[in-house]
Design a binder for this molecule. Structure first.
Ligand SMILES: Cc1cc2nc3c(=O)[nH]c(=O)nc-3n(C[C@H](O)[C@H](O)[C@H](O)COP(=O)(O)O)c2cc1C
Length: 341
């Protein structure tokens, strides 16, 4: 209530990307997260999940893009998240697209972004993660790393970028995600199909032939069922550990703002749940799905779990509902498990 009534109106009066960096800085460089921790962090033994050899204390994770440079690794568990996905990282640092590049859709509870993978590059992120490992402060929640390609790497050579990121970070995260679904890197989503997809997943599999490191693929919500079938075939062929569904959508039908970029939040909720349902059917439930797209509360979370997701992630819900969202969603899920309707 306090966040929605007091904090959010204040934050929403300021530019979105500025607010992201300011609140991110407050969470990572001040005691704010530790002050929130007693309210946000809670043990939910019945919500614990074991998947790809990892233990997730609860199923609500922080989605990729929020902590692109691995600066808040110790913070996200304090806010009650059961896991985090860092990145997207690329081999070389890059600035991303010109600003403004993040827009709010308050009426629709959404965001449009066209950031284009701004990040400090794999080397700096790897060193950051190494320092955390060496110092013994590695979090008790799984850490995923989302891998991408540099904007200027031709699509036909994209495999090289993903392999470079994986080689440098293979011992520095618990699971890895091949991001071929951001709408803000020209041509990237073409990598979701056919030869181009094989040209990424093949070399990545050769790096880890025994599939010791869980490797997942993150897909767009704009794929047709036929295209989803192709993805599933590739997932099985290259023995991927799972699918992250979904990234932002390029469908802006009926929205009050028509900015270039990908839409997240409420306008995406139903579509991403539909994709999860289809994937669950196409794989006969054999491939774990991380469901993401427009989760704001336990109802949204439960819908995605019922559609076939094993784990969940959120980004835009954090912006709209505030730092207690993971805790509140887990509270709601627990209540529903204990009181099935
Ligand atoms: C500002 C912003 C930046 C994002 N950056 C990334 C990214 O770098 N890599 C990625 O895989 N997804 C990225 N995403 C997509 C989210 O991880 C998530 O898939 C999508 O926003 C849907 O979830 P949501 O409705 O809970 O936000 C970004 C989303 C937003 C809003």
């Amino acid at each position: 209530m306090f966040y929605r009534r007091v904090v959010r109106p204040l934050l929403f009066s300021l530019p979105p990307e500025w607010v992201h960096h300011a609140s991110f800085g407050m969470l990572t460089h001040t005691p704010l997260a530790s002050l929130i921790e007693p309210f946000a962090r809670q043990n939910f033994p019945t919500l614990e999940k074991k998947l790809f050899g990892l233990t997730f204390p609860n199923p609500i994770g922080l989605a990729a893009g929020f902590d692109k440079n691995a600066e808040g690794v110790m913070v996200w568990p304090k806010l009650g998240f059961g896991f985090m996905e860092l990145g997207t990282i690329t081999p070389r640092p890059q600035p991303g697209n010109p600003r403004p590049r993040v827009f709010r859709l308050p009426a629709e509870q959404g965001l449009i972004n066209r950031l284009g993978f701004p990040n400090v590059g794999m080397e700096e992120v790897a060193q950051r993660l190494e320092r955390i490992k060496v110092s013994g402060r590695w979090p008790g929640t799984p850490v995923g790393l989302n891998l991408g390609k540099n904007k200027d790497t031709p699509l036909t050579e994209a495999g090289r970028d993903y392999v470079a990121c994986f080689r440098r970070t293979r011992d520095l995260a618990d699971y890895f995600v091949v991001n071929v679904s951001s709408p803000n890197t020209p041509g990237l989503r073409e990598l979701q199909q056919g030869q181009l997809l094989d040209s990424i997943l093949g070399p990545l599999r050769e790096e880890d032939p025994e599939a010791k490191r869980p490797l997942l693929i993150k897909i767009a919500p704009d794929l047709t069922e036929e295209q989803l079938e192709t993805v599933v075939t590739a997932v099985e062929k290259f023995r991927l550990a799972g699918i992250v569904a979904t990234n932002t959508t390029i469908n802006k039908e009926g929205l009050t703002l028509q900015e270039e970029g990908g839409v997240s939040g409420r306008p995406l909720t139903a579509r991403s749940t539909e994709i999860i349902r289809t994937l669950h059917r196409l794989t006969n439930g054999r491939v774990p799905i991380i469901g993401v797209g427009g989760i704001f509360n336990a109802t949204d979370a439960q819908e995605k779990l019922e559609a076939g997701a094993s784990l969940l992630q959120l980004y835009t819900g954090f912006v709209y509902e505030g730092p207690l969202i993971a805790r509140k969603t887990c509270d709601g899920l627990l209540f529903r498990f204990q009181h099935p309707s």
